[in-house]
Design a protein around this ligand. Structure first.
Ligand code: PSU
Ligand code: MN
Length: 306
């Protein structure tokens, strides 16, 4: 199926959309810029299998040779997991990468924008981007937040990434009108950490309840989406006091090396993984898998009532 936007759908996703079955969108920045090989490839493959196992259809989104793919093939995902020339793509990069006929790995912002154009209602990621520490000076606020305020989609994550200023991120989410839902928790999870001292807006324990909130957003034409924060399983949760030093020293190194803009988040994730000898990478993999499961359940419930 090819529309005027020159999107290319995988057979599996095309069929699912035609048959009105639940679809979960997946990003590719986490593959190309968020995890090393081969963990990135294994995680991306496992996440897709889990979504199928749960009864939904995965649509891994990216741009290949300028063509937007809604549902990438195994080979394409493998290529993204190894190549070092795949551009990290947010809203502003999409038309450029398309025109240049190059390859682009979409962030949460880029993915939800494209997923919405393909009529997909749910997306799964690891940790949403947010307001960086010292953003008062750097202005570094992830485009993920603004995009989500403007896109009718539910993003399932393990909370904002621990590297961020969580308090400022919550303020920004409030300003932008994005509901912050805790799944089975009153306390906001923050990526590597099962919980923080911050409260979520509301706790839900059933995917069907979250689907109802989504439906209400639609019926009210609110135009924005919602953030569902699914805590990392206890077993893989890292106490914030144990990684705060690694985070701070990584931020310090980034500053010394003048790393900023879209390079900052990938740099920090890699640095923290190296300092913690892979402990945070293991957590990142497990929380992603956990989010794949929940996102499928929400997509299935929403599909029943939409
Ligand atoms: N979740 C992860 N790993 C990642 C990301 C999310 O577990 O690498 C990516 C997503 O693509 C998200 C991006 O949109 O990090 C945020 O980048 P930035 O801070 O530059 O907006
Ligand atoms: Mn940024």
């Amino acid at each position: 199926m090819m529309n005027k936007l020159s999107f290319e759908y995988s057979k599996e996703v095309e069929k699912a959309i035609k048959e009105k079955r639940p679809v979960v969108a997946l990003e590719t920045t986490i593959i190309s810029h968020g995890m090393p090989f081969p963990e990135n490839l294994n995680t991306a493959t496992n996440v897709e299998s889990i979504i199928r196992e749960e009864g939904a259809v995965p649509a891994t989104i990216g741009i290949i040779n300028g063509l937007v793919k809604i549902g990438m093939s195994k080979r394409e995902i493998e290529m993204f997991s190894k190549a070092d020339d795949v551009v990290k793509v947010s809203r502003r990069d999409i038309p450029i990468v398309m025109a240049n006929k190059s390859n682009g790995a979409t962030t949460v912002a880029g993915t939800i924008l494209l997923a919405k154009l393909a009529n997909i209602d749910v997306m799964a990621t690891g940790g949403i981007g947010g307001v960086h520490r010292e953003a008062q000076n750097t202005f570094d606020i992830s485009a993920d937040l603004q995009e989500l305020s403007n896109t009718e989609i539910t993003v399932v994550c393990a909370g904002p990434k621990s590297i961020l200023d969580i308090s400022l991120t919550l303020e920004y989410l409030e300003t932008m009108g994005i509901p912050v839902i805790g799944y089975n928790t009153d306390k906001l999870p923050t990526f590597y950490c099962h919980e923080s001292r911050f409260d979520v807006d509301f706790k839900y324990t059933k995917p069907s309840e979250i689907a109802q909130v989504m439906l209400n957003q639609r019926n009210l034409s609110l135009k924005g989406g919602m953030l569902v924060c699914n805590p990392i399983p206890y077993k893989y949760s890292i106490d914030s006091s144990l990684i705060e030093n690694s985070i701070n020293s990584s931020i310090k190194t980034a500053k010394e090396k003048n790393i900023k803009g879209k390079d900052l988040t990938p740099f920090l994730l890699e640095k923290i993984t190296s300092i913690t000898k892979g402990k945070t990478l293991k957590s990142n993999i497990e929380l992603m898998i956990n989010n794949a499961r929940l996102s499928s359940k929400i997509a299935i419930e929403f599909n029943k009532i939409r």
